[in-house]
Design a protein. Structure first.
Length: 74
């Protein structure tokens, strides 16, 4: 069964959310899901670009105005 991991990056700006996401993914097992919440659109774009470049499956949803939830499967 895959584990869910959460990162609350609300109020954080680049490059902190991406660096935290990378560090968290390092500790996760293959198939686990990382959920990142961010209210900084540039960080969201950077995380998605990094996930895509590294072959991770991902999804993004605007859960409320100006707040995005990014899900990355390791």
């Amino acid at each position: 069964m895959m584990a869910m991991h959460y990162l609350d990056m609300l109020g954080e700006t680049c490059p902190h959310p991406l660096l935290m996401a990378q560090a968290k993914l390092e500790t996760m097992a293959s198939g686990d899901c990382l959920v990142i919440e961010s209210d900084f659109s540039r960080s969201v774009r950077n995380i998605l670009a990094w996930a895509d470049k590294n072959g991770h499956r991902f999804d993004v949803e605007e859960v409320e105005k100006g707040v995005w939830q990014v899900k990355i499967i390791k």
